[in-house]
Design a protein around this ligand. Sequence first.
Ligand code: NAD
Ligand code: UGA
Length: 455
Amino acid sequence: KREFDKKILCIGAGYVGGPTMAVIAHKCPQYKVTIVDINANRIAQWNSDKLPIYEPGLDDVVKAARGKNLFFDTDVKKGIEESDIIFVSVNTPTKTFGAGAGMAADLQYWEKTAREIREYSQSPKIIVEKSTLPVKTAQAMKRILMAGDNPGQFEVLSNPEFLAEGTAISDLENPDRVLIGSMETKSGLKARQELVDVYKNWVPENKIITTNLWSSELSKLVSNAFLAQKISSINAISALCEKTDANISEVAGAVGMDSRLGNKFLNASVGFGGSCFKKDILNLVYLCRYYGLDTVADYWEGVLKINDYQKERFVMNMLGNMFNTLAGKKICILGFAFKANTGDTRESPAIYVARRLLEERAVVNISDPQALENAENDLKDAEGSIFFIKNPYEAAKGCDAIAVMTEWDIYKSLDYENIYKSMSKPAFLFDGRNILHHNKMYEIGFNVFPIGKAS
Ligand code: NAD
Ligand code: UGA
């Protein structure tokens, strides 16, 4: 008798693989869940008390299942050999070289896993695309897998992940939907049902939707493109608000009350960051161009152009309002993570703003409760005076300006009177997330510059 009903493997122990598999293991004690990675250091961290990523609720879920039915390992071969279902959750960054550089997805890590699966498999397996991939990738995956001695023993499914960082555990426990794409052949439908049965352990059946493979692959890119489009739309309007005395929060409130539009994801900001929005839109734009759909490509590229414009607009606003010179001025950046409740800084707008301020020869103090290690790494090649100071009061002391880059809750309730007293005057406050009480800040004495509101 087998000890477990099913053996599930995940290749790639990153921001997606780790939390996703931890939740499956937690919800399904009858399955053995193993996560493998070529990065031995990362695996060691997953097996330690200090997990490699910060995510609310993750520690509890991992600790409850680790060693019982959740295992982290570096032995990819053994993992593949003994598994029934293999999730592939490796990184698919933007290509930096050759054809499609700066646009297309770099599929080298992806293809390597396909070849490893083929080499080490001795029994039929279901292969699940968890990474975000260009539409039609499953076709390539199938061709690589079928090229071996045992064609027919693999079925490829697409099951994109929709979790957002900072809320990964609750997103996984209560997803809006789970999407599973398969070939619509007899064996494809059978494999699809096996994966539905895994999710059925905790996700209501009406939230598990099934489609053909290509719809599933494409829906992931489109979801991210629509989400980012919503942010670029509100950010574009924030520029117009600043010229016309309209208030972006009031506009967003009025627009978002229309249930057809929805009130979420309408927070104007210094720009969106994160490892995926930019990469996935570039990927979509590249696909459109590849298929000769240049007008469609231009439309989606506009979302990225507005995001770049918003980041640069923020810097120019700082420069213009601080008498057109930042040289030698001290600026405190509050928050370096790309959003609150994560230590992740990938594509964070704070990276762009910090680099631009350094180019203007400002002295930059960077503060963040979780992301300082990543921040140091992101700026290791930047020239100029940069200091990394966890305590926000220390970071702001003696500064000419504060720039809020991340919407961490702790920044909403700092003692701004004391911070103001400790700063050089006139003291400036640029709220890149609109999280502060701007009238109150003005009364304290700050020159206040929110996004999309009269200052
Ligand atoms: P990540 O870089 O954090 O993790 C990927 C891991 O895969 C790394 O630890 C890497 O060492 C490992 N890896 C690469 N090649 C390997 C191989 N051949 N064998 C074993 N391990 C290998 O990336 P991530 O943020 O977890 O993203 C993974 C995928 O999920 C991407 O396609 C991304 O677009 C998608 N995605 C990410 C998020 C998110 O919030 N980060 C959300 C949804 C989807
Ligand atoms: C996003 C999507 O929300 C997930 O559904 C998706 O799975 C994921 O990308 C992915 O594919 O990687 P994530 O990037 O983790 O998740 O975080 P979001 O909450 O979407 O925030 C992205 C960026 O947009 C952040 O910089 C955030 O601060 C910014 N944002 C968000 C705004 O500026 N305004 C808003 O109203 C919302």
